[in-house]
Design a protein around this ligand. Sequence first.
Ligand code: ATP
Ligand code: MG
Length: 429
Amino acid sequence: MTEERTVTVLVAVHAPGEEAAVVTVLGAQQRVVVARRCAELPELLASAEAGAGTAAVVSGDLPGLDREAVARLRVAGLRVVAVEDATTPADRLAALGCDVVVAAGDAENLVAAVRGAAPEIVVPPQPEPLPGLGGRRGAVVAVWGPQGSPGRTTTAIELAAALAGIAAAPVRRSGLLRRPRAATRPAGADTALLADADTYASSVTSRLGLLDDAPGLAAAARAAGQGALDVVTLARHSPVVLPGVRVLTGITRASRWPELPAASLEVVFQRCRELVSWTVVDCGPVLESDELITYDTRAPQRNGATLSALQAADVVVVVGGADPVGMQRLVRGLEDLRDTDVPVSGARVVVVNRVRDAAVGRRAETQVRDALARYAGVDDVHLVPDDPGGLDAALLAGRVLAECAPASPARTAFLGLADRVRDLVPALV
Ligand SMILES: Nc1ncnc2c1ncn2[C@@H]1O[C@H](COP(=O)(O)OP(=O)(O)OP(=O)(O)O)[C@@H](O)[C@H]1O
Ligand SMILES: [Mg+2]
């Protein structure tokens, strides 16, 4: 038998009576040392990150305790034991990412938990079965591409619309043709959710003619950070903007990027899988992890939103522009994607957008295919033609192509892309 190690515990329990009880119980144990009693969360985090403990005992009513804080404690190597209190139910504490939740006054399980011997006492909350998905889980598609506006947002919007089967409603009267038409979709078609996770230049709101006063993705992330994001709350933050298509709008100013922490978005994407068949994420262009620059692994990460979408994705759609600069960035971008600091295991689909002879030379399609095969080893590229007429009409009206330019060649290409994505995720699991 191996010798049992001493456990050093940081205690941050809000109610003084409960705190005293926890300290008394733990203090009476052999090979358990209460290293610090922390009055506030910042003190707990600082002690944890200074290496002062191997386990933390926290209470749910500790001000500021959220998913990100728990993630920081775990990154610092601590086992996080939460003690239930009157205001924070056990399932909410489990949703914060705590390792174990024990009932107040349950001394036996508390001791076992800090020693790491207790089984997980609380079962994480079970997702509500969603009638639309029949208990299945939806897929996540991250749409990424390098800098230079290659068409990430356009691709994400059109892909979400195509996956949800959006089509133009039949025209009843001639004369309506130049106006946007109502959208419709076949009964029983898949549902989609478009999430704007671009922390540099979000644009889904204006592209779909929505109000940008309350960023839905940040609100969902906040709820997730507090362990309170269930499917109903997610649905409340993601209004239906087209039949079968919900939107989680992006941050209104680039400076609000800390509102989209990776630890919370991870949960948002999990919940999205319970709400809709397809979650399409419009990502920002930059992939670096900021700690390489700041040497601080705990600092919030500007690109955390993009990295967490890429990590969650079942399919990663990589969009590049069909011109010499765009192609060069795409080739480098594909390399960067292979070298990210997070595992990106989703199937990859490469899209080259705005294909036109004027920027590439004669037989642009062949040239693009040849160049990508030669320089990036990609031989199954999906091409989208340049279609300023269709896309400008959509931009002007704040609509999708199905409503404004249903016969647009770009739309045909995006419908083909949706088929390809469906083939890659044949059965929603
Ligand atoms: N196939 C296309 N044909 C014509 N215009 C297009 C096409 N795809 C995108 N565009 C136009 O190019 C512009 C940039 O597209 P989009 O906003 O989708 O790029 P992005 O990569 O999301 O850029 P950003 O860096 O701003 O996030 C938009 O005005 C859009 O309407
Ligand atoms: Mg964009």
